[in-house]
Ligand binder design. Sequence first.
Ligand code: KIV
Ligand code: ZN
Length: 506
Amino acid sequence: MSKIIIFDTTLRDGEQSPGASLDHKEKLQIARQLSNLNIDVMEAGFPITSEGDFKSVSSIAKEIRDVSICALARAVDKDIDCAAKALKSAESPRIHVFLATSEIHRKHKLIKAKEEIIKTAVRGVKRAKKYVDNVEFSPEDASRTEPDFLVEVLEAVIEAGARTVNIPDTVGYAIPEQYAALIKNLKDNVKNINDAVISVHCHNDLGLAVANSLAAVKAGATQVECTINGIGERAGNASLEEIVMALKTRKDFFRHTTGIKTKEIVATSKIVSGLTGLRIQRNKAIVGENAFAHESGVHQDGVLKESTTYEIMKPEEIGLPKTNIVLGKLSGRHAFKRRVKALGYELPDEEFEQTFSQFKLLADKKKDIYDQDIEALIQNEKSEVPHIYELESISINCAPVPTASIRLRIGKDKIVADSAKGDGSIDAIFKTVDLLTGIKGTLLDYNVRSVTSGKDALGEASVDVEVKGNTYKGRAVSTDTIEASANAYLNAINKVAIKHRKKKTN
Ligand code: KIV
Ligand code: ZN
């Protein structure tokens, strides 16, 4: 059985998901967990695109060991130089150069003839080789590229030193049989193909990303590019947990292994979902809430008698705790620490203490505290946004016109108070915050969900607020949804205030 290389691109393609954006601290947290998961290659970002991306790739390259750290670059000198600079401290750096090859992209996006594409690709790979030995090349939109031209491009870039050639199904157009045939064609016709690893990178526009990746593996690809929870551009990328568990569960068919520590899958999935704000659909394979739930009596009976009757995987294999041990008022620091660790978090002392005091406050209001509650508290505490404006108190009067009265703390000592009317109590709260902060936000999206069940459940509020053409996300939890909503809005407004403050000091 040979090993399939797992290339995770959660922090690059995954972060391109509409609605997901991670700050520096959050990216590092995910990188640490991906390393616990034991992936082989971590695509940490696209350094030329922003200062933030450059900084994240550099920090990940400095800290994470035992995983090859990869940075993306177009086949353009400045991109490649920037990627190399960001990877300077990496133990095992990889530069991933890409250039579109399909006719549609050549004609309409690049306005380049075939010969020029080959020349640019080769030049890009050679430039990357000046910095690192481990160079990957991706012909973007490979699945819609003329097969003969693809063969030519790959031969040229392998000759130029590419160690991995990746075959992206950029727009999720491929069908498993056809994609497998494409891989086979490359194996049969690219003369120097044995000098490179064949990689696959599938998007999920037709819901076929995992099926296409697995078909390609069966046809001879030995690296799979994927993301946690399948997040990514548009409908997402192939989901890491689905690929890994399919290879593991059906090793009789695939005859391959991976180095993934599958017991870390649930913790990784939760961290990615919590930090990106991209919720997992209940019925998602492997990590959805319902993935191991048996509703029908016949199934329950079967599973109790013999789990393999209706379960093809054991929940423990992916790190799903056997029991959701409930904590409460009487649980001490030690039990709380153990639970936090079991959920996959390592909190520095100060953060742990703050989360523990939040846990104690919550335990006074709520009898049973579940894992989801603890995760919500941790993520609340982990927010990097300094509290310029902090909620002191809030009261709502619903009749005759909904009115919110709010006291805010500004910085350490200043307290301001005001009230405003609105179309409803939430509208009144947001209007009062605008009045008190002088920042006028337009609410684009507002959601409240219950973190667990029960009347005393913790509520999580999230908002998307637009200020001067930029969108800011805010999130907060509380047993009181009014308070959670006010704090979520303030979380977004604090991001605006910080940005303005930075601008003034620069
Ligand atoms: O989907 C795609 O083509 C990509 C490339 C940059 C590999 O993400
Ligand atoms: Zn992609």
